[in-house]
Design a protein around this ligand. Structure first.
Ligand SMILES: Cc1ncc(COP(=O)(O)O)c(C=O)c1O
Length: 441
């Protein structure tokens, strides 16, 4: 009898809670509802955890997806109701080798048994960081030789912007409309989307914008310019690839005026487009290369690489030109080294090209206007934002994770782990097609 009572109370509480948390959300906006959530002890715990998540952990939107994660393995994430989700997002291009890749996990465990943080960045010789930067240098074209390790992508961008200013002695920075480079003040200053930065002004002065892929705008790069920062493939804008030798022409212009070309490879880097770095498709070598996300195999990391001549300017006038406590952390560096070895020693990059073809072949529907991007950095550009929302939320209900892009509301993100199998791609694409068929004109 008591148990019956308890079950009834659980049911009433959970229904009330779910209706509360979903009100005012994108779920209601698109008339989306989760079908009969099973009510048991686990889901009661979930409800209380979600409540605490919303109450105590700072949120960045009023309507987070709030999936409660139990565990993750390979291409799958499992929630606390043991529902399995095929992951076509990979932590937003970060879990390049899927979840808990054994090589990454073993490298982390091995490092945990030796030492954790021992000193601020760059003072002590720590094997995993040295091996990582040395291996990177061997894989990069000359003169990209010295790498500075940071804790995140946005911090690497900060370092790269400072480096361009320090090396050239100039202050002007040029960035692209609709560019995304991170969320700290410097990175925000070079973000090309006014709506998202207006509230945080004043930002860095002397920042100007050009249109990505527009050659006429290259005149705006002058002898006053310290650095031009571009994403090799524009991510938040909708996965826009450079056309007509654009990046090569930007580099030529930079050389003419003595400015540095900074390429942000935080998203396309580490094999996602079928080469280790996206710029390797476009016959151009940046002066400063910025990386992050997939570099860590699921751990937080960033880095920027330049020639010794450029990078060494951070050592003097002033000395300690860029410092961090945790950058180059031995555990993160070990994870990153294992990730880099796995990506470069396996056939993963070659397979990326074939996997892209499979996605393009399987995802054909009248609502898909275009598939943008390269390799496993793809976005479906659909009829309108409402269709994009219905695909993303409908697929989630069917156990497939997709996501939005920052500045293109008609886009659906597909950036699975590089380790995703062809069968998993077929399985996920079948779900997308099934959901597409339910969307009414
Ligand atoms: C192209 C690009 N640059 C910079 C960043 C910022 O990296 P992080 O979120 O690690 O600071 C991101 C993250 O989404 C990105 O996609």
């Amino acid at each position: 009898m008591k148990i019956k009572y308890l079950a009834l109370i659980f049911k009433i509480c959970s229904k009330f809670y779910l209706s509360k948390t979903m009100s005012n959300s994108r779920y209601l906006m698109f008339n989306f509802s989760i079908k009969n959530p099973p009510i048991n002890f686990v889901s009661l715990q979930t409800i209380s955890m979600k409540k605490d998540f919303l109450k105590y952990q700072a949120q960045t939107t009023p309507h987070p997806l709030a999936m409660e994660v139990s565990h993750a393995e390979g291409s799958y994430i499992y929630d606390t109701n043991n529902k399995e989700y095929l992951d076509f997002v990979a932590g937003v291009s970060a879990c390049s080798l899927g979840h808990r890749h054994p090589r990454v996990v073993n490298a982390i465990k091995k490092q945990l048994d030796s030492y954790l943080h021992v000193m601020v960045y760059g003072e002590y010789v720590q094997k995993s960081a040295v091996e990582l930067t040395k291996l990177l240098a061997s894989l990069l074209p000359n003169p990209l030789e010295k790498t500075y390790l940071t804790n995140s992508g946005t911090e690497a961008i900060e370092g790269a912007l400072k480096l361009a200013k320090r090396y050239t002695g100039r202050s002007e920075l040029i960035a692209a409309n609709n560019a995304y480079h991170g969320n700290t003040h410097g990175a925000l200053s070079v973000m090309g989307f006014e709506e998202r930065k207006q509230a945080f002004r004043p930002l860095l002065p002397d920042v100007h914008f050009i249109q990505f892929n527009n050659e006429e705008d290259l005149e705006k790069i002058t002898t006053k310019t310290a650095g031009v920062i571009l994403e090799t493939i524009q991510g938040g804008a909708g996965f826009i690839v450079p056309t007509n030798n654009y990046l090569k022409k930007v580099k030529q212009r930079c050389v003419e005026v003595g400015a540095l070309l900074i390429l942000d490879e935080i998203q396309p880097g580490f094999g996602r487009t079928g080469k280790l770095f996206g710029f390797q498709h476009y016959d151009v070598i940046p002066d400063v290369l910025v990386m992050g996300k997939g570099m860590g195999g699921g751990m937080p990391v960033g880095a920027f690489t330049a020639s010794a001549e450029i990078m060494d300017t951070l050592q003097e006038q002033p000395k300690l030109g860029h410092i961090t406590t945790f950058g180059g952390h031995p555990v993160i560096a070990a994870a990153s080294l294992a990730t880099l070895k796995e990506i470069t020693e396996s056939t993963l990059m070659a397979q990326t090209v074939l996997k892209e073809e499979l996605f393009r072949e399987l995802l054909q529907h009248k609502y898909i206007e275009e598939i943008r991007g390269k390799g496993l950095m793809l976005s479906l550009i659909v009829k309108n934002a409402a269709v994009a929302n219905q695909i993303i939320l409908g697929c989630l209900e069917e156990g497939l994770i997709l996501f939005w892009l920052l500045f293109e509301p008609k886009a659906v993100r597909i950036t699975p782990p590089l380790t995703i199998s062809k069968d998993e791609i077929k399985q996920g694409c079948a779900v997308i097609m099934k959901v597409l068929r339910t969307i009414k004109d």
